[in-house]
Design a protein around this ligand. Structure first.
Ligand code: TRP
Length: 329
């Protein structure tokens, strides 16, 4: 079985966009791949997080992944900082990456372009730690959003360069990005991605939103004035976004859904999307509530750590031997 690995960076509450773009796919992948999913808490702190908020967001992320159907019996689920070998490998990879490469990373450049002051050194070497996350486990595939693809490409470059320099060491991973539903857009501005840092709060549905409040957000989603139900991402991006949301949640093909609403008003369509979202959130949150009240979170992360750690340790020692930093092991 091929190995797949992905990290989630919960610097805020997880959104419906995260569910449709990532969580949902992980749940499907776990039957066909050996899945490693970890919470990238060390990446979260490359930008300051209020400690109490961070802790809550980390815990909620694990609980929501489990509630969404990630199965600790099938997948290895763990916390990045619990496997210290990962961070240590990150250091060694930082010593095998060039500033020129890191300067080209668009995520870093975006922070610089926004004129943010006091950018941390951690933010700059972020991609080296991410490369370590992936290479420590010799992952074959890394499912990521488009915004993270460049980091996986850098990981490939680092792996190939290391293999050439020190002899075959790392599996060179492939990024996996998906097409439909890969990017759920903001409900208030469909030209932007649905983002957990949405300040107006109207464009974004959080997985822990009160279902009624989420339904209201759907009802007031921005559409267009063409008054014609069609799936046209270019000219009717708001409507297309709503159609994608509904179809992602129910599994109905886009074409079928669109045909069903041909000639109807947008209000009718929105009512159905709102109902789909409401039902989905109600079910998900019921499972979430049960999970946070049980020992499942703690047990899952402890079992995950026990499975992940020996793998990362083996890779780390191999790397250290090759580089020449070890003496007696
Ligand atoms: N950087 C990723 C994000 O912001 C999270 C992440 C950290 C990750 N390490 C990873 C994703 C390794 C895939 C593989 O979403």
């Amino acid at each position: 079985m091929k190995r797949m690995l992905s990290g989630i960076k919960p610097t805020g509450q997880l959104t419906l966009g995260n569910y449709i773009g990532a969580l949902r796919n992980f749940v499907n992948y776990q039957d066909d791949y050996e899945m490693y999913v970890f919470i990238a808490n060390l990446h979260c702190v490359t930008v300051y997080q209020e400690p109490a908020d961070l802790k809550k967001n980390l815990r909620d992320a694990v609980a929501l992944y489990l509630a969404a159907g990630l199965d600790p019996e099938k997948s290895t689920i763990f916390l990045q900082s619990d496997v210290m070998e990962q961070a240590q490998l990150g250091w060694l990879l930082a010593c095998n990456s060039y500033m020129g490469e890191l300067n080209r990373m668009t995520q870093f450049k975006d922070h610089v372009a926004k004129g943010e002051t006091n950018l941390t050194a951690g933010l700059y070497v972020y991609p080296c730690l991410m490369a370590a996350d992936i290479l420590a486990y010799n992952a074959d595939y890394v499912p990521v959003g488009v915004d993270q693809k460049q980091h996986v490409e850098l990981t490939r470059d680092i792996a190939i360069r290391f293999n050439n320099k020190y002899g075959d060491t790392f599996t060179v991973p492939e990024p996996l990005t998906q097409k439909v539903g890969a990017k759920i857009m903001s409900l208030s501005d469909p030209s932007k991605k649905m983002s957990k840092s949405d300040l107006t709060n109207k464009g974004c549905i959080y997985l822990l939103d009160e279902p009624k409040a989420a339904m209201k957000k759907i009802m007031s989603a921005k559409t267009d004035s063409l008054a014609n139900v069609a799936y046209d991402k270019e000219n009717q991006p708001g409507l297309a976004n709503l159609i994608e949301i509904a179809c992602a949640l129910t599994g109905e093909p886009i074409e079928e859904f669109t045909n069903r609403f041909k000639g109807c008003g947008y209000g009718d369509l929105k009512k159905e999307v709102a109902a789909d979202v409401g039902n989905f959130l109600t079910d998900l949150q019921e499972r979430y509530d049960g999970i946070v009240r049980s020992d499942l979170l703690r047990d899952t992360l402890e079992n995950g750590r026990q499975k992940a750690e020996p793998i990362a340790r083996k890779t780390l020692h191999k790397v250290q031997r090759k580089i020449g930093v070890e003496i007696f092991r």
